[in-house]
Design a protein around this ligand. Structure first.
Ligand code: ADP
Length: 733
């Protein structure tokens, strides 16, 4: 190869090398640039990461300090809480779900004094054991084990009840334990010693006040009792004075003395009863009694007043209800007398209806409802509860016309409550009132309710004549219940029109407008009707004395008792239906043989004034009267000449009336006699009535004595062999 070629070749090679170098240099610088860029990016990234790390570090620092602060706060709060718990006077502790103490305040622990064992970790059961073993708690009547068992049972209950325990040092602690959701128990032990002491003090003070009140009531009861005796003398003497031919003015004065005295006695009796209840001196004396008879006795007592006012009294005694119950008849009578007495007092026209219904229970008891309904002045709605308070009366013009103490309802309500019943009232002013009470009473006779009799076969239809709707309704219901068809009329004229051949019996009221019952009977006879006519009269005496009575089959006292209705119906069976009026006992033909002896009446009475009153009241009677000053003298007098009748005062010196009566009954067990004994008591409703009857006494009269009542009793008990004691015109008839 030529040099030139070689040089050219070298140049080419050098050029190629230079180009390659250039290329490589360009590549290198590109790579360098890229590296530079990368290094820059990396540097940036590192910078960012470093900043981030800084931030996180800062954050960490902050959280750390927050946590420390929070921890501090928690500790502080806990400390405060604990300090508060420590500072409270009452015990506070908490236990884990297994009953181990987690913590307790000083007050709680102080109960255990120096017992180091009691602290966090001790079990509740161990605490109970220490409380009894160390004599910290007073377990009272319970032995320590029983006490612990009771406390453990209580503690284990889902919601333990509160419990008061007494410590050895007379302090009282109320335990309140509360179970939380997680099973922990928070236990509070409150020191209630001051409250317990205060309550005990209040109780003692109340007892003292009640004792003082009882003493006051007892004093009042004694006072009233003492006032009654002389008052009876005043009233008795005034009645006698009234019989001594006075001029009108004198008569007025005497009547005023008598009426005021009687009013005063009513007040005194009420005060006496009320005081007795208040002084806890009133006891009930349950015994078997006939409720229906008791109600009728009350009606008979009030009948004369009602009759004078023109008010009808009716009794609607459930035909299927028992009548023999065990209860306190004296008190039941007292409540009935008060309620029915009020009904009569506050009624100017219309009627008073006593309704008795009952529901027999499974255990030989009946729940008896008695209501007394009137058509009187009623009670304003806002006064209805007021009237049950002591001395409370409705104060308005209409009410002011009526006398009373305002004690009757308060007494009745308390009596009914004592008997386990309740008293209520419904009333509408101007329309009437209905007082009622409910009592649960055991049956005296274990048997079934009274048997409703079979009606005689020949009586299928009964005509009932009464102007008063309530009476017609009652009779209608009773007659229907006996399976007989009733036909009711409100007027005798209407009854005459409706009279027909298929009527088998006529029941007629006595006093009716247009034509009375006696005239009606006469009209029936005039028409030739020969069937039985029964007159129902609230005043049979008047009816008996009426010449028209000869047309009647019989006269029955109104309101009619169920037993009388039943026996009347039974009597009608197969009997000739001719008139046959039974005579009243007083009107019976006297055994007036000339040599008959006078009736012997013994009166045991220690009070001379009362003796005088008695003597004067019977001065017109043909009797042999002997007085005894006490029970012992009465026994002697009884032994000397057997009396036909004894009037016996109850409270007498040396031997009281009840003892004397018992002694007489003892003697009679040998002789077989039975002298009727009439107790003369200061107050019929005093609950002594039952004791009196239990002593073998047959009847009782209440003071002040009434001449008519005395004459009645004497007339009723005159034996056949003695001369009739009553003069022909005696008012006893
Ligand atoms: P008293 O009849 O002696 O006033 P009560 O306690 O028996 O006392 O009666 C209190 C009052 O209740 C009566 O004064 C009267 O205002 C009212 N009251 C009682 N019963 C009736 C009644 N049936 N009708 C209207 N008011 C009555």
């Amino acid at each position: 190869m030529s040099l030139a070629n070689k040089l050219a070749e070298e140049r080419r090679a050098r050029l190629a090398a230079e180009r390659l170098l250039e290329l490589k240099q360009a590549e290198l610088s590109a790579a360098n640039r890229k590296l530079g860029r990368h290094a820059l990016a990396l540097t940036k990234q590192i910078g960012a990461t470093q900043a981030e790390v800084e931030t996180v570090r800062d954050e960490n620092e902050r959280v750390k300090s927050d946590l420390t602060e929070a921890n501090h706060k928690v500790q502080q709060a806990e400390k405060r809480l604990w300090l508060s718990i420590q500072s409270i006077q009452d015990g506070f502790a908490f236990f884990d779900p297994d009953g181990y103490m987690i913590g307790a305040n000083t007050a709680y622990l102080s109960i255990f004094d120096d017992l180091e064992e009691v602290g966090p970790g001790v079990s509740y059961m161990r605490i109970l054991q220490l409380l009894t073993d160390e004599g910290i708690v007073n377990t009272g009547d319970l032995d320590p084990k029983t006490w612990r068992d009771e406390m453990a049972r209580r503690w284990q209950a889902p919601t333990p009840s509160q419990k008061v325990i007494q410590l050895w040092n007379e302090r009282f602690i109320r335990l309140i334990d509360q179970r939380g959701h997680d099973g922990d128990i928070v236990s509070l032990a409150l020191d209630i010693t001051p409250t317990v002491r205060y309550e005990a003090q209040l109780r003692a003070e109340r007892e003292r006040a009640e004792a003082a009140n009882r003493a006051k009531s007892a004093f009042l009861a004694n006072m009233s009792h003492e006032i009654r005796t002389p008052m009876n003398g005043v009233v008795g003497m005034a009645e006698l004075l009234g019989d001594t031919g006075l001029n009108d003015e004198q008569q007025l004065y005497v009547n005023t003395i008598k009426n005021s005295g009687e009013a005063l006695l009513v007040i005194i009796n009420d005060v006496l009863d009320y005081s007795k209840i208040e002084a806890d001196k009133l006891k009930l004396n349950p015994e078997p009694f006939d409720l229906e008879r008791c109600i009728h006795e009350v009606v008979m007592l009030l009948q004369p007043i009602a009759r004078d006012k023109g008010i009808a009294m009716a009794v609607d005694y459930d035909l299927f209800l028992h009548t023999n119950f065990v209860g306190d008849p004296g008190r039941v009578r007292q409540v009935l007398t008060n309620l029915a007495g009020n009904a009569v007092k506050f009624t100017l026209e219309g009627h008073v209806l006593i309704r008795v219904t009952g529901v027999p229970g499974p255990d030989g008891h009946s729940s008896v409802h008695i209501s007394i309904e009137d058509t009187g002045i009623g009670i304003p709605e806002d006064k209805v509860q007021h009237i049950f308070g002591e001395f409370n009366q409705v104060e308005d013009d209409r009410n002011r016309n009526f006398e009373g103490t305002g004690l009757g309802l308060a007494i009745s309500q308390r009596l009914i409550k004592m008997m386990g019943g309740e008293l209520w009232v419904e009333s509408e002013e101007g329309v009437g009132s209905c007082f009622g009470f409910k009592m649960d009473m055991p049956h005296a006779d274990a048997g079934a309710p009274p048997k409703v009799p079979q009606m005689p076969a020949e009586i299928r239809k009964v005509l009932i004549v009464d102007d008063l709707e309530v009476n017609r309704i009652i009779l209608d219901r009773q007659i229907s219940a006996l399976g007989v068809t009733p036909v009711t009329c409100s007027r005798a004229g209407e009854a005459l029109d409706r009279m027909s051949d298929d009527i088998d019996l006529v029941l007629t009221d006595h006093v009716m407008p247009d034509m009375d019952g006696l005239e009606f009977a006469q009209a029936l006879r005039d028409r030739g009707w020969q069937g039985p006519v029964v007159l129902l009269s609230s005043n049979p005496t008047v009816a008996h004395n009426d010449p028209g009575a000869s047309q009647l089959t019989t006269i029955l006292q109104k309101p009619l008792q169920r037993a009388e209705l039943f026996s009347l119906l039974a009597d009608l069976e197969g009997r000739s239906i001719t008139p046959d009026i039974p005579r009243l006992p007083d009107a019976a033909p006297p055994a007036d043989e000339p040599d008959a002896r006078p009736m012997r009446v013994l009166v045991a009475e220690d009070n001379k004034t009362n003796q005088l009153v008695f003597r004067k009241m019977v001065k017109d009677l043909d009797i042999d009267l002997v007085f005894a000053n006490n029970g012992l003298e009465a026994l002697d007098a009884y032994g000397e000449a057997l009396p036909d009748l004894i009037f016996m005062d109850i409270s007498m010196p040396k031997m009281d009336g009840k003892t004397a009566a018992r002694e007489i009954r003892k003697i009679e067990q040998d002789t077989g006699n039975h002298v009727p004994i009439v107790a003369v008591t200061a107050h019929a409703m005093s609950g002594d009535a039952d004791d009196i009857l239990a002593a073998g006494i047959d009847f009782y009269l209440t003071k002040p004595l009434r001449k008519a009542a005395l004459h009645d009793r004497i007339g009723e008990h005159c034996p056949d062999e003695a001369r009739p004691p009553l003069p022909d015109d005696s008012d006893a008839a």
